[in-house]
Design a protein around this ligand. Structure first.
Ligand code: GH3
Ligand code: MG
Ligand code: MG
Length: 308
């Protein structure tokens, strides 16, 4: 076995196929020569995927990015990256090459990327395929905030429920408090700005194997496979704290806002709707108990008193 591993690592360095492995934090842990050359990585370097994309974008090399705002592109891509077991797509590099990239995920968040150069293959119909891919991406993305939308998130709930008992997890429904009053007071546009602020703040705390998306209005969900109710509460608790601290309106530096959340754990026999409805009921209890807090499904006690 050891001999095979040694031969493999030699072959990996030789092959023109690009090979890389990212860990559960989306940090590059291995890249062969071809991958390092395409994405300008020094041997032994282990950047986070986001930092790698950012620095290549700044230096006008690496992946071609079709977006006016890089950070928004990054958030949007991260909200869907590595959330499905397997993905394959065409991607282009600023040096003019086209790659057929595949991503294979493990439940612990490690990802294997393998890409082949397909520059000369079916080049004439590439524009059509690219349009199709952009349309698919748009169909999974919330237009206002750039994160995953209801359709994508519901798919990830189904995925979570289909996995074995060992990796089942929790669902949280997050809803901004008193949002109607915020709209009434400051106008719809400011309301939209707060929705975007909420997305950015919460997104920063979403774990790589979890999926965060907007399902409508000021309601968001967080799908947390492989996470216990207690762990889920800790994660959402951090989100409560960061959102309470946010001051999104430069013209009103003392304005702050809050949200409430209901969290439910997967049960045997659950379908997406039954799980969602328990999380939603817990959310309702959190609202009734005074907002700005978390309520866990199945517990009458208040999990997070509004501590300001
Ligand atoms: P609660 O604390 O009980 O959640 O009260 P709330 O006011 O947040 O909830 P309610 O459901 O009464 O109001 C939600 C408001 O969200 C009403 C709707 O006009 C507004 N809304 C829905 N979608 C959007 C949007 O895309 N942008 C903006 N600015 N407002 C939106
Ligand atoms: Mg609300
Ligand atoms: Mg609501």
């Amino acid at each position: 076995m050891e001999e095979v591993v040694q031969e493999l690592s030699g072959l990996f360095e030789e092959t023109p196929v690009l090979i890389a492995v990212y860990d559960g934090f989306d940090r590059l842990r291995y890249a062969n020569k071809a991958f390092r050359a395409a994405y300008f990585i020094e041997p032994g370097e282990m950047p986070l995927w986001a930092d790698l994309m950012r620095r290549n974008h700044q230096a006008s090399r690496g992946t071609v990015i079709h977006a006016a705002d890089f950070e928004e592109w990054l958030r949007s891509t991260q909200s869907r990256r590595g959330k499905m077991g397997f993905r394959a797509f065409e991607t282009d590099l600023l040096d003019g090459r086209w790659l057929w990239m595949t991503e294979t995920m493990q439940a612990d968040g490690w990802m294997l990327c393998i890409a082949s150069d397909i520059t000369g293959l079916r080049a004439r119909s590439r524009a059509v395929r690219q349009d199709r891919d952009l349309a698919i991406k748009a169909s999974y993305t919330d237009e206002l905030t750039g994160v995953a939308n209801r359709r994508f998130v519901m798919g990830r709930i189904e995925d979570m429920l289909q996995r074995g008992a060992a990796v089942r997890g929790c669902l949280a429904v997050l809803d901004i408090d008193g949002f109607k009053a915020i709209n009434d007071r400051f106008g719809h546009q400011t309301g939209d700005q707060i929705l975007r602020d909420f997305t950015i703040k919460v997104h920063g705390l979403v774990q790589r194997t979890h999926c965060f998306g907007r399902v409508g209005g000021e309601e968001f969900v967080l799908v947390m496979p492989g996470t216990s109710l207690e762990e889920a509460a800790l994660i959402v608790e951090k989100m409560l704290v960061i959102v309470r601290k946010s001051r999104p309106l430069t013209e009103r530096p003392d304005f702050s806002y809050t949200f409430s959340a209901g969290i439910a754990a997967c049960r045997e026999g659950d379908i997406a709707l039954s799980l969602y409805s328990r999380a939603d009921k817990a959310l309702y209890c959190a609202k009734m108990a005074g907002r700005n807090r978390i309520q866990l499904d199945g517990s009458a006690s208040d999990q997070s008193a509004a501590s300001g």
